[in-house]
Design a protein around this ligand. Structure first.
Ligand code: ATM
Length: 298
């Protein structure tokens, strides 16, 4: 594939390469998916235009451009790549992946929308996505795994979530991050570790392994774990829903195992996973979430 100027992706990760404007060599989409954070990004804070170039040493370098007061020629930052229009900013750019986790009924969706608004007000280019879903194929998997009339074994379920995730990474997540965007993601690998690894008793390490393959090793920069007593969370989601889907119909001990696994994951990685008391009101939860992004937002 040649050139890599990207138009702004929409909220569900649909983005189209705008074509050939930059005349810069760019590797194929599958390489993007597998690279995790191997790609180094150099550039700026406005991510509607980005490209990937090869340095003299063959290393892949992502570059994003913005019109800015600080003119920098593209050759200063990326070798042979030059935008067809516009000047380069000297500010450093790197996309961020923030994931939101928690058992059903903890308030992830409410927090995600509030956080997106709040981060947008700070001028960040932010994209809200969900799992399973976010792109067409993964939304289809979502329908399948939620369908209470479909029998799916535990292993197949873990693989389906991983497949949906692989597609999301390749089609939306990695391109967005490469372009310097922030992605707010409602569930990611930790959901599979907690629900399939512990809830389904498949083993956290086994599920981690298939997900490393699915994501190419992509890790969130920060994870906000909404914590709520499973009984309270279940009561909340039952009140909210008309009919329970395939997972929501599981017995209470499934959710207790899932909740316990989330707590253990957070204890094992406190730098990434920040626990938030989901029993507080929405405003307090939002304030806590913003506080938990310290070091990422100023
Ligand atoms: P949401 O309704 O929160 O979007 O999640 C879909 C369901 O899929 C949710 N069900 N419940 N209860 C959690 C479940 N799920 C997994 O079991 N594993 C995963 O990897 C993901 C992403 C979701």
């Amino acid at each position: 594939m040649r050139s890599g100027v990207r138009s702004r992706p929409c909220a569900l990760g649909v983005w189209r390469p705008r074509g050939q404007q930059l005349g810069c060599e760019r590797s194929g989409g599958s390489a993007l998916a597998g690279s995790g954070r191997a790609m180094e990004q150099v550039g700026v804070g406005w991510a509607t235009a980005g490209l990937e170039c090869r340095s003299d040493h063959g290393a892949r370098v992502g570059v994003a451009f913005e019109l800015d007061d600080h003119d920098v020629d593209a050759s200063d930052v990326g070798g042979a790549c030059r935008p067809a229009n516009g000047r380069l900013s000297s500010r450093a750019l790197r996309g961020r992946l923030i994931t939101i986790e928690g058992i059903d009924g903890a308030g992830k969706t409410t927090l995600a929308a509030a956080l997106r608004d709040s981060l947008e007000q700070r001028g960040l280019d932010i994209h809200l996505l969900r799992e399973p879903g976010g792109v067409d194929a993964s939304e289809r998997v979502r329908e399948l795994v939620k369908d209470p009339d479909v029998r799916i074994g535990a292993r197949a379920e873990a693989l389906l979530y991983a497949a949906a995730r692989a597609q999301l990474v390749e089609e939306a997540l990695q391109p967005l991050l490469d372009a310097g965007s922030w992605v707010l993601l409602d569930r990611f690998v930790d959901s599979s570790l907690a629900y399939q690894g512990a809830g389904r008793d498949l083993g956290v390490d086994q599920v981690r392994t298939i997900n490393r393959f699915a994501t190419g090793g992509l890790d969130p920069d920060r994870t906000l774990l909404l914590q709520l007593d499973p009984a309270v969370a279940r009561a909340r989601s039952r009140a909210r829903l008309e009919g329970l889907d395939r997972l929501e119909s599981e017995a209470d001990d499934f959710f207790s195992r899932t909740d316990r696994a989330y707590r253990e994951l957070a204890a094992a990685d406190p730098a990434r996973i920040r626990v938030i008391d989901a029993g507080a009101g929405p405003e307090s939860v939002l304030a806590a979430a913003l506080g938990a992004l310290e070091g990422l937002i100023d």
